[in-house]
Design a protein around this ligand. Structure first.
Ligand SMILES: Nc1ncnc2c1ncn2[C@@H]1O[C@H](COP(=O)(O)OP(=O)(O)OP(=O)(O)O)[C@@H](O)[C@H]1O
Length: 625
């Protein structure tokens, strides 16, 4: 952890883009509610017309009953104005009612689609993207889009139409004064175009920065023990303050731009209204214009103030919504590998098609086989050697193979290829003779179960966490899995197996979490078991108990177990040594201790000491330190 903590950069778009084009991409989601939105727009138009009719009623009152000294006419006119006002207000309320529910649905649908897509995207995508960026896209950005659809979208159209209709009314009333009011339109259009481009850029930066901030907060919350343990809270605070300061700067820049736009949008029309007022008064004085027409003209012009002034923040929100749409579709446009939805053709051709029961003969129970398997991480530097290069390994059916190698030799990477968390870049992997590349995902998940070094648990009950590994498994399955993992401690939890474990199982110890993760892996009796150093957090006594129970499970399973310690290696029938991206040696623990210097050094926990070649390997024969 460094003082100037920088979250990984998410992919950011280059160049400019059209806000309209970005927003048009929302159409598939908006289409089902288009009727409601159109109704809301129509209601808003009627409400705006009611508002625009008020000045006309005023003109009638001034030129008619007021000029003619008719009090009952004034009362009638007053009543009419009141009615128009009430109609306008109630129609705006109806608009809200019509749109609220369907737009909440649109937001929920978009969020569900994003979540579903994230689940299908490969692990490599999640390795590359900061979690805060994904979090902010699925929360703040979608809320922004709902707000846009509920308010600015309708009002941009309605206010635009109101402005056009208002100017037509103004020109009909008094075309010279109307032209005076129209004069600011050209400079305002130029200013808006200038503003739009700059505001879009600032909005994008601000939304990305708030995603970065979310990443830092999330990492700080998850890593709170490390931060406290290393006394790094001041450093984290500084890093957070730096990022928050940058976001604040961007928000201020946005506010500055918006303030400038508003200043123009408000002052230019005001100047035009002032000029029209002076001109109108002179015309009334000359007798060229009736006082009623001037009142109506000015009332109409004033009624247009809100639609004109609102354009500033409507454009601003629309820009932010366009940015939110871009950010949303950047994730949604990331293609899901075809294998996530269907099997890909393999050589030899797949022996089963999705949905079919696997065709299997005893001859095909050939275990787990890796043939010429190579792998390179997609974001690895071009000149870096592949992590795995021509791995050949055969784990016989029912056999337990330990996988050992120095730190960073690629053990975890290799184990991740079997459940296809990553796709091998070359070679092939077969399970009982079936190429996993041609196997439907569901089938692969049924066959292979995994437990990783980092035992992630979900915010759910202990039972639910364990039975994730056994679709439809019941109490008996749960008990058996807990027993194998020596996880009897669950019975002393407040609600036994129904106890909720917190985010990442934080309320449990590392060893307890590891045992639950192991129970999850063995529940459901998988035919193939992949365990990545499953006993590393256990004390010697518990480890021995888990090993004894695990041995029974492993007896009927084909297993690949990443091992760092001789005690874990002792669970295995044979051991494979991964070195230089390949399998350098395969044999029993004792054979390799005798014949392979690198293996012997590894088991001695002394891999870096070159002069230890002649160390008395025999002392490890017992398998335990
Ligand atoms: N997501 C990733 N992107 C790029 N490179 C990665 C990624 N994950 C791991 N690597 C690199 O791949 C190599 C193998 O890593 P891996 O985690 O498989 O090693 P390992 O043998 O399991 O190590 P350990 O014993 O410490 O767990 C390392 O050099 C590592 O830096």
């Amino acid at each position: 952890m460094t003082e100037t903590h920088e979250p990984p950069e998410p992919p950011r778009p280059a160049g400019s883009r059209s806000a309209v084009r970005s927003l048009l991409r929302l159409w598939p989601y908006v289409r089902p509610v288009r009727g409601r939105l159109a109704t809301a727009a129509a209601v808003t138009v009627v409400a705006s017309c009611a508002g625009l009719a008020i000045p006309l009623a005023l003109k009638w009152i001034v030129d008619g009953p007021v000029a003619g000294g008719d009090p009952s006419g004034v009362w009638l006119g007053g009543g009419l104005v009141l009615l128009l006002g009430l109609l306008e207000a109630s129609l705006f309320a109806v608009r809200r009612f019509v749109t609220a529910r369907p737009l909440a649905r649109v937001e929920a649908d978009m969020r569900a689609d994003l979540y579903g897509h994230l689940q299908r995207l490969p692990v490599a995508f999640h390795d590359r993207w900061a979690s805060g960026q994904l979090l902010s896209r699925s929360t703040t950005d979608l809320t922004l889009l709902r707000i846009f659809l509920a308010f600015p979208l309708t009002f941009l159209l309605v206010n635009g139409a109101t402005i056009v209709a208002g100017f037509v009314v103004l020109l009909i009333q008094q075309w010279v004064l109307g032209l005076v009011l129209l004069a600011p339109v050209v400079p305002l259009v130029i200013i808006c175009a200038y503003f739009e481009e700059r505001y879009s850029r600032a909005a994008r930066t601000a939304q990305d920065q708030s995603g970065d901030l979310a990443t830092v907060v999330e990492e700080s919350v998850l890593g709170i023990r490390i931060i406290k343990g290393f006394g790094r809270h001041r450093g984290q605070e500084k890093a957070f303050a730096a990022l928050a300061g940058r976001l604040r700067g961007t928000e201020l820049h946005k506010a500055h731009l918006l303030g400038l736009l508003w200043a123009f949008i408000m002052s230019l029309p005001e100047l035009a209204i002032g000029a029209a007022l002076v001109l109108g008064v002179l015309q009334v004085a000359d007798g060229d214009l009736s006082a009623g027409t001037l009142v109506a003209f000015l009332s109409t012009a004033l009624a247009l103030r809100w639609p004109v002034e609102s354009m500033g923040f409507l454009i601003a929100i629309s820009n932010e919504a366009a940015t939110a749409a871009d950010r949303y579709f950047e994730v949604m446009d990331t293609p899901v590998p075809p294998q996530e939805t269907a099997s890909r053709p393999a050589n030899p051709p797949a022996r089963e098609t999705p949905g079919e029961a696997p065709q299997e003969t005893p001859r095909e129970r050939s275990g787990l086989r890796l043939e010429g398997v190579g792998f390179r991480y997609p974001d690895a530097p071009a000149d870096a050697p592949p992590v795995l290069d021509g791995v050949d390994l055969h784990v016989r059916a029912g056999e337990t193979m330990a996988l050992v190698g120095t730190t960073g030799s690629g053990k975890t990477t290799l184990t991740a290829l079997v459940p296809r968390l990553h796709e091998a870049t070359s070679g092939r992997i077969t399970l009982d003779g079936q190429d996993i590349a041609a196997m439907p995902r569901e089938r692969l998940r049924e066959l292979v179960s995994v437990a990783f070094e980092d035992p992630t648990l979900f915010s759910a009950s202990v039972g639910e966490n364990v039975l994730m590994g056994a679709d439809g498994g019941g109490e008996a399955e749960l008990r058996r899995a807990l027993e194998v993992a020596q996880a009897g401690f669950v019975d002393s939890l407040p609600e036994g197996t129904r106890t909720q474990v917190g985010e990442q199982g934080l309320s449990l110890s590392g060893g307890q979490r590891q045992r639950l993760a192991l129970a999850r892996a063995v529940a459901g009796d998988p035919r193939f078991l992949i365990l990545d150093d499953p006993l590393s957090a256990l004390d010697v006594h518990t480890e021995a108990l888990v090993e004894a129970a695990l041995r029974e499970v492993l007896a009927g399973t084909t297993a690949l177990v990443v091992a760092h310690r001789p005690s874990t290696v002792m669970l295995a029938d044979r051991v494979a040594l991964l070195s230089g991206g390949r399998i350098a040696a395969v044999g029993t623990h004792h054979e390799l201790l005798r014949t392979n210097r690198e293996y012997a050094l590894l088991m001695a926990g002394d891999e870096d000491r070159g002069d230890a070649a002649d160390a008395p390997y025999a002392r490890h024969e017992g398998g335990r330190r």
